[in-house]
Design a protein around this ligand. Structure first.
Ligand SMILES: Nc1ncnc2c1ncn2[C@@H]1O[C@H](COP(=O)(O)OP(=O)(O)O)[C@@H](O)[C@H]1O
Ligand SMILES: [Mg+2]
Length: 241
């Protein structure tokens, strides 16, 4: 259990951003970090090929040499749930194929960061959702949540659904998606600190440079996340990783 499965309360809440800054910071600390985005949808077509932008961003920020096909075994053009995006092109998503790529990467790296798609109940196929995949990988969850109004409900629902399925939630990570968080956002953050049954990290400040620049990404994670605890805690890679 060395790593984190990064899920979120929704799409667009900052899962890739959070995974990216963690990857950059761990890499800078000398941790052998690997990344995976098992299924990516909404991939643009460039020169006839699908570009999994999240997987490419993670590959770059972690500075790994792993094949993109291992980091991202499934990619689809439709901006739909994995099940529907696959169905649209007459395909289906097989957990065995994801697990095979996972085993290869896990054997190469001391600490794995795996980004889900959408939230926990997003379907991979009828009867199998992202939470099932997280369970198969055996990683604790990092639940990324926005700070705007509505986040208390979405965050607590996600934590409850995770725990009901036997998933361990390492932490909730709150993320400011805009530059000027208001009073309401501060109130949401404070409420979650009281109410969430797990540690609440952040809020990460709005910092566009950290989405692409490895130095800015690493500095942001070092300044705002409990990396020492992460590396030595239950999700940790342990000494000498
Ligand atoms: N703290 C932040 N500061 C600046 N930009 C952010 C921050 N968090 C997310 N973003 C940007 O918001 C958008 C959505 O975030 P992303 O990580 O792609 O969400 P998800 O992976 O959950 O769909 C991206 O363009 C990302 O770079
Ligand atoms: Mg993403």
């Amino acid at each position: 259990m060395t790593g984190l499965f990064i899920t979120g309360t929704d799409t667009g809440v900052g899962k890739t951003f959070a995974a990216g800054i963690l990857a950059a910071a761990l890499r800078r600390r000398g941790v052998n970090v690997g990344v995976m985005k098992p299924v990516e949808t909404g991939c643009p077509v460039v020169d006839g090929g699908l570009q999994p932008l999240d997987a490419l961003a993670l590959q770059r920020l972690a500075a790994v040499a792993d094949d993109l096909a291992l980091i991202n075994p499934y990619r689809f053009v439709a901006p739909l749930s994995p099940w529907q995006a696959a169905q649209q092109v007459g395909r289906s998503i097989k957990r065995s194929r994801i697990l095979s790529a996972w085993r290869t990467l896990q054997a190469r790296h001391a600490f794995m960061l795996v980004e889900g798609a959408g939230g926990l109940l997003v379907p991979l196929r009828p009867g199998t959702c992202m939470a099932d995949l997280a369970l198969s990988l055996g990683l604790p969850l990092l639940v990324v949540a926005r700070t705007t109004l509505g986040t208390i409900n979405h965050t607590l629902l996600t934590v409850q659904a995770a725990e009901a399925r036997g998933l361990r939630v390492a932490a909730v990570l709150l993320n400011h998606l805009t530059g000027q968080p208001g009073v309401q956002e501060q109130a949401g953050v404070e409420a979650l600190r009281h109410l969430a049954p797990v540690p609440v990290w952040g809020p990460l400040p709005f910092s566009p440079a950290a989405a692409t620049d490895p130095e800015a990404a690493a500095a942001l994670a070092e300044g705002s996340l409990p990396l020492d605890a992460l590396l030595t805690g239950p999700a940790g890679a342990g000494p000498g990783a």
